[in-house]
Design a protein around this ligand. Sequence first.
Ligand SMILES: Nc1ncnc2c1ncn2[C@@H]1O[C@H](COP(=O)(O)OP(=O)(O)OP(=O)(O)O)[C@@H](O)[C@H]1O
Length: 258
Amino acid sequence: MKPLLELRGLGVCYNGAVAPALEGVDLDLAAGERLAIIGESGSGKSTLARAISGLLPQTARLQGTVAWPGLDHPARNGRDIGFVFQDPASSLDPVMSVGDQVAEVAHANLDIDWGAARRLAVELLDRVKLPEPEALARAYPHQLSGGQKQRVVIAAAIVACPKLLIADEATSALDTIVQAEIVALIRRFVAEDGMALLFVSHDIALAANLADRIAVFRHGRMVEMAATAELLARPRSDYSRALLAAHLGLKAHSGASR
Ligand SMILES: Nc1ncnc2c1ncn2[C@@H]1O[C@H](COP(=O)(O)OP(=O)(O)OP(=O)(O)O)[C@@H](O)[C@H]1O
């Protein structure tokens, strides 16, 4: 079967940078597959997510190809790709009600009128488990908690039933309990709607929890990619081993301090 997304020799160089932010990335993503991208800060994870979705700054130089064999048209943001970024506040318009923001994505990408888009938005706010979605749809972002805002962002990301959901450090700004709730939501929607997931994270445990496969990035290169269980049991690269050891070290430390 054709993959949904196919990257070949993908490289990105930001204007003025000496070293490329991304180099020689070959990657296939199947429809409905859940892939985690992990690596330390600056390893190129967000650059990869932005290159896939055409959101790089205009001055960045792109090499190689981003192809969508699984689509019969060029990928459109909002319609084919949904995004959830780290900071929900910056993803939302402060002067527009949250219901209208979700409705706007639906109206722009689905063939429905504004009334239907607004009703669909309330449905989605309910689906992401926001309380009293009808009333909440009329609220503005500043009236919501960080976790609630991220739920609104997820509702907007999935309202047009995209084929790929990109979550870039989507839970990093949230406390542990809210983080677990948001991960559970993402997991459920990906399973229910059959979307593929690109889960970008520096947290190997979180990634392992969600993904079928894990790709490890370092200094803009993919150092290893394997099925999640395989990578955890038999990491091939020294760097993946070090990431795992650091995580186990953290776990042992927090266990010891209880
Ligand atoms: N707009 C930009 N202009 C110039 N350089 C950039 C830009 N965005 C990222 N970079 C550089 O590209 C490299 C990769 O950054 P990127 O944000 O992709 O890494 P990351 O793994 O997502 O890190 P983090 O987890 O901290 O977000 C870094 O050296 C970074 O400084």
